[in-house]
Design a protein around this ligand. Structure first.
Ligand code: FAD
Length: 423
């Protein structure tokens, strides 16, 4: 859902397609290479990885998106303007193609070069981030993406996939088979029947029949930038408000942070139509918008997000700690923050008992816990004595930054249990 503030901003061409001043371009020159380009040259294609960031010095270019039959115009760029949207920050594959419409000179820099510039230069960071976020919102609003989802409003599977794509900020075309007159032609074209819905077509070639969110995420390569063999400073289990806050503060302190989220980011809060008690938003905002802002902010500082994967086990016997994904693959981190949220009511009694055990033996670990209690899917994430609880995102954030550099044992008391950790 796009708030009024964002809708107004979307209408402002200057914010979506800013023209950089000479002084701003000169600050970028040392980190970019100058290139002469001809009319018709394609600088990047849809589905490319490692897409370059391009600033036009002269000439013009168009940004187009391939669709089933040809391509759709997304934007035109002139001198002083720059390419890119949120994929420049997330490192995901490009959704669009950039093609010169008249010859000129461009400055080109790598995605990683752009990300370090954003981290260093406050003024340019503000201009780029605002434009990237608004451009992504425009793609979402216009359903300009590389995904077609065919389903029914009465199908739980359809709702599950729509929610996953929406919460990941991924633009897609939705074809409602109950009302769309042309849907039969689409079904025939991809040789699928109504009984197989929901059906997802990725990049106009891969057909997924009633996929799980893991299969959809794999097909879109949403986790392709995650190096699973890398030992992280911090791994955060869960990307609800607490996990996102921990990721933001950890990454902004220069730590190498990875969030692992079993569904899509935002947690419970993402289903709230309006949150009015969040600090700094006097008119309130939807949970979805809060989550989208938080993700962009955390990613701007370099935090990485793995979606559609669950942590099912945490081994704290030696450092770096090992976290096991549901597919059996291990991840390693020097600090673990568990921000897995509130369990179901039926689990609550057992969690209270588990928590007492945790508090008895909080020393000897830098695995931290923020947000709600620590049980999901009937399995304990870590053994008693190896993790520490906190109450909210702020505690998690400070915990992750405090714990990692010093390798200290950090206890964050939950008010409900405050009397328990005596030793
Ligand atoms: C409809 C609704 C409206 C609300 N409105 C408000 C409001 O107006 N104001 C307010 O203050 N609060 C509100 N809340 C409550 C608020 O959303 C929660 O307090 C908040 O989301 C808790 O944040 P959290 O990050 O601790 O946990 P969660 O939001 O529950 O996030 C935990 C995340 O961890 C993930 N996860 C769990 N286990 C694993 C695992 N093993 N591996 C990987 N990932 C895992 C989950 O998928 C989830 O995304 C509302 C809640 C709902 C449902």
């Amino acid at each position: 859902m796009v708030s009024n503030l964002v809708s107004n901003a979307l209408e402002s061409h200057a914010q979506v397609f800013p023209v950089l001043t000479d002084a701003q371009i000169n600050r970028i020159r040392p980190f970019a290479s100058l290139r002469q380009v001809n009319d018709g040259d394609v600088l990047f294609r849809a589905d490319d990885s490692d897409v370059p960031f391009v600033i036009l010095l002269s000439g013009s270019m168009e940004i187009v998106q391939p669709d089933m039959n040809s391509e759709r115009l997304v934007a035109n760029h002139g001198p002083g303007e720059f390419t890119g949207e949120m994929t420049m920050i997330t490192g995901h594959r490009s959704l669009v193609c950039g093609r010169m419409t008249s010859a000129g000179d461009v400055l080109e820099m790598s995605g990683s070069g752009l990300r370090s510039l954003v981290a260093r230069d406050g003024e340019l960071s503000e201009i780029f981030m605002r434009a990237f976020i608004l451009r992504r919102l425009i793609l979402i609003n216009r359903s300009q993406g590389n995904v077609i989802l065919m389903g029914s409003r009465y199908s739980a599977g359809t709702l599950r996939l729509r929610e996953f794509l929406t919460r990941n900020g991924h633009p897609y075309v939705y074809v409602d088979l109950d009302v769309d007159q042309e849907s039969q032609a689409l079904l025939d074209r991809f040789a699928v029947s109504v009984s197989e819905i929901p059906v997802v077509i990725c990049n106009y070639r891969t057909v997924l029949r009633n996929p799980s969110i893991q299969e959809l995420s794999d097909s879109l390569e949403l986790n392709c930038i995650i190096d699973e063999s890398q030992v992280r400073d911090v791994i955060i289990v869960g990307a609800g408000p607490a996990g996102l806050a921990a990721a933001l503060y950890g990454a902004s302190e220069g730590l190498d942070v990875l969030m692992v989220e079993s569904a899509a980011p935002g947690g419970q809060a993402a289903s709230s139509s309006k949150i009015e008690n969040y600090l700094g938003f006097p008119t309130g905002l939807s949970g979805e918008e809060l989550a989208a802002r938080a993700i962009s902010q955390a990613q701007k500082f370099g935090a990485k997000l793995m979606v559609a994967h669950s942590i099912v086990q945490l081994d704290c016997d030696k450092n770096p700690y090992r976290l096991i994904l549901e597919n059996g693959k291990p991840l390693e981190a020097r600090t673990v923050v568990i921000a897995s949220g509130q369990p179901s009511k039926s689990e609550f009694g057992e969690i209270r008992r588990t928590r007492r055990l945790l508090w008895r033996d909080v020393h000897g670990s830098t695995a931290l816990r923020v947000g709600g209690p620590d049980r999901r899917g009937g399995r304990k994430l870590c053994r008693p004595g190896s993790c520490v609880s906190g109450t909210d995102g702020t505690q998690g954030s400070h915990a992750s930054t405090l714990a990692t550099p010093f390798g200290q044992h950090v206890a964050l008391p939950d008010p409900a249990n405050r009397r328990e950790p005596r030793n």
